[in-house]
Write a protein that binds this ligand. Structure first.
Ligand SMILES: [Zn+2]
Length: 399
């Protein structure tokens, strides 16, 4: 019997793999010179010693694999025509490089907020089955939008409370993990931020989502849509600028997450020429960035919870975590900023029991970085050298 138990233990040890890091930031504390033991797709232990061979990673700091709560993985740029490069299966195929570039930033989980043809759900399932390399995906399917000038009629379009309820249920029926609603205008070079869905429609979307056990993210560039999204009880509000003190206070009280996505407009400014934006486009974009940062400062001081979202599209993949630098500019310590991409983001996903920490039982999602992100957040942004997702090494730039 004892011999059998020893054999079982030996077999288990064979399946386990141990890595020693100079520092481990487990999501709560800093542990020096610690060994992380990984078994299958989970973390088995984090501690000082390990049985058997240990892979030397002492040059690096281990942080939890990061979470980007706002991506558009299936948005691929046709650089000649400057439009979406493919639809349906073609979009899924072309999105593989976005998925790989995301992993290279140390992001091992994304919340994908808006995709045509349920391409994000297809990606999620292919990645989960090990048939495509990429981060874990929490997918929304189509984002809800109203009929307006030149848009509407397609899947995801909803006008009025009854249609909103129906389209939310259609997304969940198609396999969505989360609901996305476009509560205002604004995207790309357009920073208008005019409210689209009414309060009643937002409330209907929130109720329909929650009734089916799903969370809802409401996009709004402007303050009026944000006020109604918060009043309606959205789980996160994306982008919003110029929110007044009362709205921010209600957001803090209701523990609604703010996902400012400040950096995505920096991407549009940097790439205005490549995207052939008209000459005057960067002025309003830069103005929006400053108002976005000011709103983030106010919200942070008021105790609003933040999660890191890049709003990455097209060639922005690979820059997913640059938002963290804006969060430090908004007043966070590097530690607080890192939490927005780990423990806090996991909470927004409802996955705080398995993602965002390096603890026994959690998924073995680990980013090894050069330097200490608690001293300089740049280590998390530009220092990622090795990434493990679910126990498998998916990025290795250590050699
Ligand atoms: Zn977006």
């Amino acid at each position: 019997m004892i011999r059998l138990l020893l054999l079982v233990a030996f077999a288990a040890a064979l399946h386990a793999q141990a890595y020693r890091f100079g520092l481990v930031l487990d999501g709560e504390k800093v542990i020096q010179n610690a060994v992380i033991v990984v078994e299958k797709d989970r973390i088995k232990s984090v501690g000082a010693t390990a049985v058997g061979s240990v892979i030397d990673m002492t040059r690096y700091t281990a942080i939890p694999g990061m979470i980007d709560v706002h991506t558009h993985l299936t948005y691929v740029l046709d650089t000649n025509r400057l439009t979406q490069a493919g639809r349906g299966a073609a979009a899924v195929y072309l999105s593989q490089s976005n998925a790989k570039k995301t992993l290279e930033t140390g992001v091992t989980t994304v919340r994908n907020l808006g995709a045509s043809d349920y391409a994000d759900i297809a990606m999620r399932d292919l990645i989960a089955a090990g048939m495509m390399t990429g981060p874990r995906v929490f997918a929304s399917g189509y984002g809800l939008q109203i009929t307006r000038g030149g848009r509407g009629g397609g899947p995801g379009t909803a006008d009025g409370v009854a249609e909103v309820t129906k389209v939310v249920r259609q997304q969940v029926g198609a396999g969505a993990d989360v609901i996305k609603m476009y509560g205002s205008t604004g995207s790309g070079q357009d920073v208008t931020g005019d409210q689209t869905f009414t309060y009643e429609e937002m409330k209907a979307a929130v109720d329909a989502s929650h009734a089916l056990g799903k969370r809802i993210a409401i996009h709004t560039y402007g303050p009026r849509g944000a006020r109604d999204a918060i009043r309606a009880g959205a789980d996160s509000v994306e982008h919003a600028t110029d929110m007044d003190d009362e709205t921010i206070a209600e957001m803090a009280r209701k523990k609604i997450f703010y996902v400012p996505t400040i950096d995505h407009n920096r991407y549009y400014v940097d790439n205005a020429q490549m995207l052939k934006y008209p000459a005057g486009a960067t002025g309003p974009l830069n103005d929006f960035i400053m108002r976005n940062l000011e709103t983030a400062k106010k919200a942070f001081r008021a105790g609003v919870r933040f999660a890191m979202g890049s709003d990455a599209v097209y060639t922005m993949f690979g820059e997913n975590t640059r938002e963290l630098a804006w969060f430090v500019k908004a007043g966070m310590t590097p530690e607080q900023a890192l939490k927005t991409a780990t423990t806090d983001a996991a909470e927004l996903l409802g996955a705080e029991d398995r993602l965002g920490r390096l603890k026994p039982g959690y998924f073995a999602d680990i980013a090894a970085v050069e330097g200490n992100p608690l001293e300089n957040i740049d280590a998390a942004i530009n220092g990622v050298r090795w990434v493990m997702k679910g126990g498998a090494v998916v990025v290795d730039k250590t050699k």
